[in-house]
Ligand binder design. Structure first.
Ligand code: SF4
Length: 377
C-alpha cells in the first residue's frame, strides 16, 4: 500500500493552482511524530508532503520514524529550503526527493509565486546531488501556462541526471481548489504527446512506464474516463495534517478514521473505510494523480510488475519508437469527444502581498474543507 502523509498546510510558495498556502494549519495541531510512529511497517511508497514539509521543525524526526516503514520514502518539497534536506539525504541517501518546478525561471516563479524560486531549486538540487542523493528529481504540474516547456524541462532534468514526474491541474480537498480547469484541453493534451515520445525514446524502462502515466494524463486533461479503475482506500491512503485518514486526496466524503485516536488496523477495518471503498468503486471522477495512477497500474498478483494492459501498450510503442515510427495517439485517445470547460482565469501571486491568516478552531472536516465538493470532469 502507498501512503501520503500531508504533514502541514503551511507553505512558503504562493501557487496559482493550489491554495494550501491560503489555509495554513496551526503547527500545534499538526500530526505528531508519536502519531506517525503508530503506523505499521511494510508500506511501498510513503510520501511526506504538504504544504511544505521542510517547514516542519521536526522533519528529521518524522523521517527517522517513517524511513524503516516503507520500501521507498519520498519527500515532496517546493525546494525553497534545500539546506534542511541536505543532512537528511546525507543520513538516508536512498530517500526519494522531488522539487516542484513548473518551467523555466520566469514561468516557474510566476506560477508558483516564488521570488528567486527557480534559482534556489536548481542550486538545492545540486546540493542534494553532492550530499549523495540517489533518487532525486523534479515534479511538474502540467497546465496551459507551461505545457510548451514540458519536454525542455524533461531534457533539463535528464542532463542534470535527475528524474521528472508529472501531474496536471486537479480539483481536490488537498489543494483547496475546485475551479482548476484547462483553458484549451486539446492543445495542452497534444503537447503532452511530445513528452510521451521522448520518454519512450529513453533507455530507462521507468521512463517507458511514465509514458503510460502521461497517456493517462492526456485522458484526464481531455475529461475522459480513467485508463484504469481507481483503488483508493485499498492500495493507497492519505493522512491530513489533523491526523485524519482519507481514501483519496480528492473527494471530501471518503474519510476512514483518525490515526491520533485509532490504530491503523482499526481504521483499515472500520465500517467507515468499508463504506469509503464502496464509494471509490462507483467513483466517476476522472482524476489521475500520480499516487492513484501508479498503484492502479500495478499487477494484482505481483505488485512489483505492471498490469498486462500498460505492459502491452509500453512494449508495442517502445518498439515502434525504437524503429523510428510514430505513436498513433488517435488510436488510443478520442480527440473528437472533448467537452468544453468553464473559463476560470488563474492569477499569479508573484510579487503580491498575499496574506494567509491562520484560522483556529477548525474542529471538523466540514470546517477544514469548506468548499465541500471537488469535481474532476
Ligand atoms: S477516482 Fe475517485 S476515489 Fe479514486 S482518487 Fe479519484 S476521486 Fe478519489
Amino acid at each position: 500500500m502507498d501512503l501520503t502523509v500531508i504533514s502541514t498546510y503551511r507553505c512558503n510558495s504562493r501557487c496559482q493552482m493550489c491554495y494550501i498556502w491560503k489555509n495554513p494549519t496551526d503547527q500545534k495541531e499538526e500530526v505528531s511524530v508519536e502519531t506517525l510512529a503508530k503506523l505499521p511497517g511494510g508500506f511501498d511508497n510513503l510520501n511526506v508532503s504538504g504544504g511544505e514539509p521542510t517547514l516542519r521543525r521536526d522533519l528529521a524526526d518524522i523521517i527517522d520514524v517513517l524511513y524503516p516503514k516503507a520500501r521507498i520514502l519520498e519527500i515532496s518539497s517546493n525546494g525553497l529550503h534545500p539546506e534542511k534536506l541536505v543532512p537528511i539525504i546525507k543520513k538516508y541517501p536512498k530517500i526519494k526527493v522531488r522539487f516542484s518546478v513548473e518551467g523555466d525561471e520566469a514561468t516557474n516563479n510566476a506560477i508558483r509565486g516564488e521570488k528567486d524560486g527557480y534559482a534556489t531549486k536548481m542550486a538545492g538540487m545540486r546540493a542534494l546531488q553532492e550530499a549523495g542523493g540517489e533518487d532525486l528529481g523534479f515534479a511538474f504540474v502540467i497546465q496551459d501556462e507551461n505545457v510548451d516547456q514540458l519536454v525542455r524541462v524533461y531534457e533539463m532534468a535528464r542532463q542534470m541526471g535527475v528524474e521528472l514526474s508529472t501531474s496536471t491541474l486537479h480539483n481536490a480537498w488537498q489543494f483547496y481548489k475546485n475551479d482548476n480547469y484547462f483553458y484549451d484541453r486539446k492543445t495542452v493534451a497534444r503537447k503532452v504527446e511530445g513528452l510521451i515520445t521522448s520518454q519512450l525514446s529513453s533507455k530507462q524502462p521507468k521512463n517507458w512506464f511514465r509514458a503510460y502515466l502521461n497517456l493517462g494524463l492526456i485522458e484526464k486533461i481531455l475529461g475522459h474516463e480513467r485508463l484504469i479503475t481507481c483503488t483508493a482506500g485499498s492500495d493507497f491512503a492519505f493522512i491530513d495534517p489533523w491526523s485524519d485518514v482519507w481514501s483519496c486526496n480528492v473527494r471530501s466524503d471518503l474519510l476512514m478514521g483518525n490515526l491520533a485516536r485509532q490504530s491503523w488496523a482499526d481504521i483499515m477495518a472500520s465500517p467507515e473505510a468499508q463504506i469509503a471503498r464502496q464509494k471509490v468503486h462507483a467513483c466517476k471522477q476522472n482524476c489521475w494523480m500520480v499516487t492513484t495512477a501508479r498503484t492502479a497500474m500495478r499487477s494484482n498478483i505481483i505488485p512489483q510488475l505492471p498490469k498486462m494492459g500498460p505492459l502491452m501498450w509500453v512494449l508495442q510503442n517502445k518498439l515502434k519508437v525504437s524503429m523510428g515510427g510514430h505513436i498513433a495517439f488517435d488510436r488510443y485517445i478520442d480527440y473528437s469527444h472533448v467537452e468544453p470547460t468553464p473559463h476560470v482565469q488563474r492569477t499569479s501571486f508573484l510579487g503580491q502581498k498575499a496574506k494567509a491568516p491562520l484560522v483556529r478552531g477548525r474542529n471538523t472536516p466540514e470546517t477544514r474543507y469548506p468548499l465541500k465538493s471537488f469535481e474532476n470532469n
